[in-house]
Design a binder for this molecule. Structure first.
Ligand SMILES: Nc1ncnc2c1ncn2[C@@H]1O[C@H](COP(=O)(O)OP(=O)(O)OP(=O)(O)O)[C@@H](O)[C@H]1O
Length: 252
């Protein structure tokens, strides 16, 4: 394995009945980069991210992470191994405080199973780790704020903080810009550019301005197949990509 290869997805296949949502997908993520995954609605982006994160089992193909085959591991095990994920739909506990959500992240729990929760809130090591992550995303001053009171942009920051508590070696991000205003997107863009130095990011994003501003590489997914991978300039100039997107506009 080359040193800078963090995530290596090989020949993933996933069908839903006759529909091939992943049709032989291979892609990789290298240290220090943002690799954006774009494609028309229904192309299979979310399905791919779920298979990489471990929530959906491929019919065929493998996922290697840091040189290790993680194909058989659960979401939680992959997260503990350093595969961090932020969600398209928030998994934050809205009536808990910002710090409590970060601590839940630090014990590898997202969602709503809180059996370890009370003892965790007294664990100094976990509190420190959660506090450091909040500091990193600029939410330290909001540690005791109830999460539902945060702005949309702040919730996104908190999702990143939750992922950061496990010291990820890579991030999977599903539409982090969704629902953000122009100012919020700009702030998040600047933050992601800094974050990629710590851990590379596989980014699914519909906001093309953000993708073109951020991505080191772009892969284009259409009907379950990657039709092109390249730099921003290469993808912009690629005739197949233009056709795929024009086709979508014509259909709309
Ligand atoms: N659990 C499922 N059962 C059946 N079909 C599914 C399932 N999940 C996804 N699909 C189908 O697979 C295809 C790919 O869906 P997916 O959500 O991965 O696309 P996407 O690129 O993320 O789309 P969008 O950009 O709209 O979020 C779609 O046709 C979708 O209807």
């Amino acid at each position: 394995m080359p040193d800078d290869l963090i995530l290596d997805v090989r020949d993933l296949h996933k069908s839903f009945g006759a529909l091939k949502a992943s049709d032989g997908i291979s892609l990789d993520l290298k240290a220090g980069e943002i690799h954006a995954l774009i494609g028309p609605n229904g192309a299979g982006k979310s399905t791919l991210i779920k298979q990489i994160a471990g929530g959906l089992k491929p019919d065929r193909g493998t996922v290697h992470f840091m040189g290790r085959d993680v194909s058989g591991l659960s979401v939680a095990k992959r997260a503990q191994a350093g595969l961090g994920r932020t969600f398209q739909i928030s998994a934050l506990a809205m009536d808990y405080t910002v710090m409590e959500n970060a601590v839940l992240g630090a014990i590898g729990q997202s969602g709503r199973t809180f059996s370890f929760f009370r003892p965790a809130m007294k664990d100094r090591r976990l509190l420190e780790r959660a506090g450091a992550a909040l500091e990193r995303v600029g939410l330290a001053d909001h540690a005791s704020t109830i999460t539902s009171e945060l702005s949309h942009g702040q919730r996104r920051q908190l999702e990143v903080a939750v992922a950061l508590t496990l010291s990820p070696r890579a991030f999977l991000m599903d539409e982090p810009m969704a629902g953000m205003g122009a100012e919020g997107s700009q702030e998040l863009t600047a933050f992601l550019r800094e974050l990629k130095q710590q851990a590379p990011i596989l980014l699914v994003e519909h906001d093309m301005d953000a993708v073109f501003a951020l991505a080191d590489r772009i892969s284009v997914l259409v009907y379950g197949k990657i039709i092109a991978t390249g730099s921003v300039d290469e993808i912009r100039a690629n005739p197949d990509v233009k056709t795929a997107y024009l086709g979508e506009e014509d259909a709309a």
